[in-house]
Design a protein around this ligand. Sequence first.
Ligand SMILES: [Zn+2]
Ligand SMILES: [Zn+2]
Length: 350
Amino acid sequence: MADQERVYEMLWDCRFCGTARLLGKTHRFCPNCGGAQDPAWRYFPSDDEKVAVQDHTFVGVDKICPACGSLSAASAQFCGACGSPLDRAQAARTVGERRKAAGEAFETEDLAARQEREMRATASLVPTQSATRARGTPRWLIVVGMILALVIIGGVLAAFWTKETTAVVADYRWVREIRIEALQARNDSSECDSMPGDAYSVERRREQVDTRRIPDGQECHTVQTDRGDGTFSERQVCETKYREEPVYGDVCYYTVNRWDYKRTARAEGDRSDGPYWPDTNLRTGRCLGCEREAGRDESYTLIFRRSDTGDTFECDVPADEWQATAPEQTFTVKVGAVLGDERCDTLAAR
Ligand SMILES: [Zn+2]
Ligand SMILES: [Zn+2]
């Protein structure tokens, strides 16, 4: 919330004769030497120096004449000094704004310090400007772009450029697994309202379950804003502060019996001892520690030897294909031309 806005004169120093503390709205020209006001030489006054402006209508930021550099009001159509049209005139640069905690006093803004800061900022920009003066895309961007293009081309080649070779079946492997879960006592906690019905050994405790944000008064600032027409506005800006407060609730600590993963029974072999499911030796029932099956997995793998390099590689295949494949049977297979990786999905019996 902002209360009523008050308007005061900015101050400025004459850059030609050094006269200080001139008024931004009243003195458009220096009363001592006649020099024009330069908006870059405006600054905020201290609280003691403030001169209020009554019944001032804000029409916009002052304009700078493109022909002679004189300052004109935003409403002016032509330059008061040289008569040039002002429809393409640039707006004067403004000082921005400054703020203080409510009740604290403002001091005079240090114009010399601000001008030095701005000069150093422009100086540090110069090397960047000369580097980009070559116009168009900067060189580092071109280099990054070329590296990126090479990476993409390399990736595409590695993925799609293949050659064909042959391989023979050298060995077989199968794996069958049964996942087993057991009824186990599990400790857990939740808010008592959402506790499961079969919980036992319940212990109820009063604990913090959440935090709440509570409005806790206002924090106010005085904000001064350069309006760019030789005046600045001053207003109070207040924001609501908040504090955090703990929220308490009933938390229940309890035990429940749940089916949880316990172990995996596994069997594996080659072609000589054909695939079978492993013994699970389940302790069936509803007792604590009793077991049940949770799922089965099987995989069938052919192990190939490449005829060109002699390297071996493995491919998982469907069970019927695994059964139907003869030892030393020859297949064609595509391999990546870049990485030499075998593509199992291209296997074809010859
Ligand atoms: Zn002067
Ligand atoms: Zn002009």
